[in-house]
Design a protein around this ligand. Structure first.
Ligand code: F6P
Length: 329
């Protein structure tokens, strides 16, 4: 809580970084929660790029009708190199002042929060972060907006791959997103009954992977699914296939990269509810005088975490789930 209670009359909202299903539901919640207490809301298009280049558009309760079910973000998203510079942030601050914006709600992941933190520190703006990334790698919230949707998209795809893998008795290396963290890889591997999961959080010994796959084949598995996080130290599914293919030349191996389909599509019910909760909470905590914080949900209760803490480290995988995946394979 800041010493002086913030008098908020006008807020800005933006989405930045990799989009995630549920961002629209969060924008809607911010706008609707703000409208009920007569705050003026500007949507800023293209994230921090739009802040610098004055892409401001006033939003009211009607502007966010019929978007809760849509993937992507009506405000568009971008990664701005210019905003990484002091000069870029000065331009952004000037624009915020020009539009009398007292507070900013930034929806995104750690890069988005780092940008918001700079703005707060260097220019004294009130900033609240709403965690939205399919990677689920933000501390201070049990889940980020978009994670559940991405997980279910990957799950559906891998179930389909299992059908064809089984029909042809093939081995599939399936790559899922997760540059730095293996949340999607770990949970999809459990939910699809994959034979192996390779995660950025764990060392991958290629010889050990080969041994495990050989053991499974000996145990007469009809098909094998290996879920590989894109950030695994082998360098992803294609590189892994290169490294192991000679040992399995008698076995028909295929690689499938799920890629950006995991970022799109309608958000699940859980993501819509989470986004609605967090968007409304962001407005509430701003009115209560908080700034430089992120809102999250932990054990089904709202939690406020300082932005500097939220960006200080990546969320860790639940080690009991890693053990469970190994136990059940
Ligand atoms: O949004 C997070 C993420 O999906 C990562 O898992 C992935 O590595 C990255 O974004 C890819 O982003 P882009 O294609 O936008 O560069």
């Amino acid at each position: 809580m800041t010493d002086d209670i913030i008098k908020v009359k006008t807020i800005g909202v933006l989405t930045s970084g990799g989009d995630s299903p549920g961002m629209n539901a969060a924008i809607r919640a911010v706008v609707r929660a703000a409208s009920t207490v007569n705050l003026k809301v500007y949507g800023i298009k293209h994230g921090y790029y739009g802040l610098i280049h004055e892409e401001f558009t006033e939003l009211d309760t009607h502007s966010v009708s019929n978007i809760i079910q849509r993937g992507g973000t009506i405000l568009k998203s971008a990664r701005s190199e210019e905003f990484r510079t002091k000069e870029g942030r000065e331009k952004a601050a000037k624009n915020l002042k020009k539009y009398n914006i007292d507070a900013l709600v930034v929806i995104g992941g750690d890069g988005t929060f780092t940008g918001g933190n700079f703005l707060a520190k260097e220019h004294g703006f009130n900033v609240v972060g709403v965690p939205a990334t399919i990677d689920n790698d933000i501390i201070g919230t049990d889940e980020t907006i978009g994670y559940d949707s991405a997980l279910n998209t990957a799950l559906e795809a891998i179930d389909k791959i299992r059908d064809t893998a089984d029909a042809h008795e093939r081995m599939f290396l399936v790559e899922v997103m997760g540059r730095d963290t293996g949340f999607i890889a770990l949970e999809t591997s459990i939910a699809t009954g994959a034979e192996l999961a390779l995660l950025p959080e764990e060392l991958t010994h290629v010889e050990e992977v080969k041994r495990q796959l050989h053991d499974m084949l000996k145990a007469q598995r009809r098909s094998s699914l290996v879920v590989v996080a894109e950030g695994d130290e082998t360098g992803g599914a294609i590189k892994l296939a290169e490294k192991i293919k000679d040992d399995f030349s008698h076995y028909d191996m295929r690689v499938c990269i799920l890629g950006h389909i995991q970022r799109g599509g309608a958000p699940t019910a859980r993501d819509r509810v989470l986004a609605s909760r967090l968007g409304a909470a962001a407005v509430r905590v701003l009115l209560e005088g908080h700034s430089e914080v992120m809102v999250g949900v932990v054990n089904n209760a709202l939690k406020i975490t300082p932005l500097r803490v939220a960006i200080s480290k990546k969320k860790e995988l639940d080690h009991t789930l890693i053990e469970l995946a190994k136990l059940l394979r």
